[in-house]
Ligand binder design. Sequence first.
Ligand code: CIR
Length: 252
Amino acid sequence: MFTHAITRKPGDNFARGITNSNLGTPSYELIMKQHEVYIETLRSLGLEVIVLGALQDFPDAYFVEDTAVVTPNVAIVTNLGAESRKGEEATIETVLGRYRKTVRIHAPGTVDGGDVLMVGSHFFIGISERTNKDGVGQLGRILEEHGYTWTAVPVEVGLHLRSSINYVGKNTLLITEKFAGYNEFGGYDKIVLNKAEEYAGSTLLINDCLIIPKGFPNTRKKLEPMGLDIIELDVSEVRKMDGGLTCMSLRF
Ligand code: CIR
């Protein structure tokens, strides 16, 4: 059960963050509204939500998921893979320190939290443009020391592992067709995303509720038989910055 979430407000310069999507110029006014609804939704699900202020020097800093991997036993503060994002981690470490013992990933290792998927006491760690082998090794060792198991997974498409796969409960992964074929995920039931709806892979499971991005009816239909509550949120402006529902919080 999650009881807490850490979030951070987008800054008025958020549009200067890294993006490879060609979805147009994002609106500050609209992202602020969407972010507020996101926070209210997490609160309505019973989480205590810590809201940090924007970091002017880091336009991507509201994607707090990338700065840490929080487990019941330890919080691992990452070393972000993108040059322009290095430095976001420090303020998160201070906040997490109130709730968990914290340890750090050190250079030359890099890890983005978006590459890490926790399924019970097992972790899938993506090797991507942002998370390198050294970082995966460091993270894996820390996880083992704290009683967890892990598997490395190559991320050949998409920004992060969690851009393509998320856990939706009941031993089930919501997953793109490409990743569904990987042996690493052999032991799980799978709901495979339609090509046109791959963005809906950023679905976020909060206890017994699935928060899904608005506008992906086919995915919603596939998820409904799981019997979980489903909430749809509009994250159009976040998507323009290559982010999604999971990226905007750290849950624990
Ligand atoms: C970046 O490129 O780092 C940001 N614009 C998007 C990060 C999204 N984070 C995530 O999926 N965990």
